[in-house]
Design a protein around this ligand. Structure first.
Ligand SMILES: C[S@@+](CC[C@H](N)C(=O)[O-])C[C@H]1O[C@@H](n2cnc3c(N)ncnc32)[C@H](O)[C@@H]1O
Length: 273
């Protein structure tokens, strides 16, 4: 498995409970090769991955929806955007900047143009920036993104990405966020708390990646303590939640998994001071 396949997998998950994820477009990314991997992941890691990703998507969708209702000309900056489709569920005046590896974004842009022409997607303005967070210097990342910004409020999303990065790269991209944001701008972030490292389900996730990393792709497996967010002195934590908590909010009739049996990532909304 390579990192880009994780983006396909997340889309497959989101399409499985569309009424909960509120993403009617995730299914466009259906891909037989990745779909064939799912039974193995659900059997060997956790059977609850699809619903957990759907409530995560819903949590950020609701946050984005509220932000762009207030800031009608705002910008969504999606770091490690993969195949996420939020802008197609948001008002059409939102500008979206997507940042990911070149192979992902080239493929994504081509498919988006095709589906928009075929009226499978509504028209939206998206700018794509290909880069590798590990390799590109901080100043270059800031300068590439800043050149596309027009001084409007922005919401930075970092969903499903921190796990794959090193602590040094994490620190670098949070310094990038600080440079791109003004007071009142928001960050949405997802990460695992270090406590999960002691759980059998997290060890099964690592075993799965280790056993299936046949091309030696650069998988890290980073966890992030709450203190990392608390110590960002230019930011205040507005909300801190978890996938299990959001499951109770957005899918109250769905049987909640035992905490020891699911990968329960933490979800954060931070506001620039
Ligand atoms: C699990 S996917 C999540 C995609 C999307 N955020 C979502 O929630 O649907 C992880 C994404 O992070 C991107 N990514 C991981 N490491 C990266 C790096 N070093 N530079 C740029 N993108 C990276 C991958 O290419 C992939 O699209």
């Amino acid at each position: 498995m390579q990192i880009h396949e994780t983006a396909f997998i997340v889309s497959h998950y989101r399409a499985q409970f569309e009424n909960i994820s509120k993403d009617p477009y995730a299914k466009l990314w259906h891909n037989p090769k990745t779909a064939a991997l799912l039974p193995d992941i659900l059997d060997n890691v956790s059977p609850h991955e699809a619903i957990m990703h759907c409530v995560r998507n819903r949590f950020f969708f609701e946050q984005l929806h509220d932000f762009f209702k207030k800031h009608t000309k705002g910008t969504l900056i999606n770091f490690g955007s993969g195949f996420s489709m939020y802008q197609y569920m948001l008002p059409d005046h939102v500008l979206t900047i997507e940042i990911d590896k070149e192979s992902i974004l080239q493929f994504k842009e081509r498919k988006i143009v095709e589906w928009t022409q075929k009226n499978k997607l509504p028209q939206r303005t998206t700018k794509y920036i290909s880069l590798d967070f590990n390799l590109q210097p901080q100043e270059e990342i800031v300068s590439k993104i800043s050149s596309l910004l027009d001084n409007q409020p922005n919401f930075i999303l970092l969903e499903g990405v921190l796990f794959f990065l090193s602590p040094a790269t994490r620190d670098k991209i949070f310094a990038v966020f600080k440079a791109l944001q003004k007071s009142g701008d928001l960050i949405g972030s997802v990460s695992y708390l270090p406590e999960v490292e002691n759980t059998a389900v997290y060890q099964r996730l690592l075993d799965y990646f280790n056993a299936n990393n046949d091309l030696n792709d650069s998988f890290m497996h980073q966890t992030t303590p709450l203190s990392f967010y608390e110590n960002l002195k230019d930011y205040t934590i507005l909300q801190q939640s978890s996938e299990l908590e959001t499951l109770a909010t957005f899918a109250p009739t769905h049987d909640a998994p035992e905490p020891s049996e699911c990968l329960n990532e933490s979800l954060y909304i931070l506001r620039k001071n």
